[in-house]
Design a protein around this ligand. Sequence first.
Ligand SMILES: C[S@@+](CC[C@H](N)C(=O)[O-])C[C@H]1O[C@@H](n2cnc3c(N)ncnc32)[C@H](O)[C@@H]1O
Length: 202
Amino acid sequence: MNRKTISGHESDLPAGAKFHEGIAAGWAQGYTGGSFGRRRACFRALLDRNVEPGKAWLDLGCGSGVLTSELMLRGATVVAVDGSPGMLREAQAGMADEHGSVVTWLQSDVQSLPQLRNAEFDGVLCSSVMEYLENPDAALREAARLLRPGGKLIVSMPPKGSVVRMAQKSVRSASRLFGGNKFPYLAVSRFEVDPGHLRRNR
Ligand SMILES: C[S@@+](CC[C@H](N)C(=O)[O-])C[C@H]1O[C@@H](n2cnc3c(N)ncnc32)[C@H](O)[C@@H]1O
């Protein structure tokens, strides 16, 4: 397995990666059911339609590698990038050895990828990462730079007006009043997109 640098001091990590460092250990298990299970099913259908064997994909903010594996199962070669060393360790630990030759792990901030100066990809996947970034435009620019003409970009972000997210925000606000910290991810998950706006500006 191609094991690239997995190091880094917690104080140097981007805020979103620092937050995920603390929850890396349980991240992959979350995908076994519930809303994450449904998310995985949704991505499987999307990747079935868009990933062809032998193509090169970049997984930006790969986390514990659940979707990296899905890319590889469809025959892609993958460069998987994350800012959290803990997430990358989880990803490597969970990866079957037969996938080893087709994945390269890279610890980096996805907002600036000078390590991939000369790389080019047929597809870029960025699932549930943009909302944690200080500068999502910078990450999108990197994705655009690294995509071949006609390449595929799959990005997910939380939708504005999500009932679940709104309920979680209310519970969080109430818990904060009593010194609690419910749904701590909401402190670092900043951005939401308006699906109507995206459809209108397609
Ligand atoms: C919600 S997880 C999503 C993981 C994976 N893409 C998935 O869908 O299962 C967000 C990931 O983004 C990473 N991340 C957040 N900010 C980052 C940054 N600036 N650079 C690199 N990775 C970052 C976190 O470390 C974490 O692994």
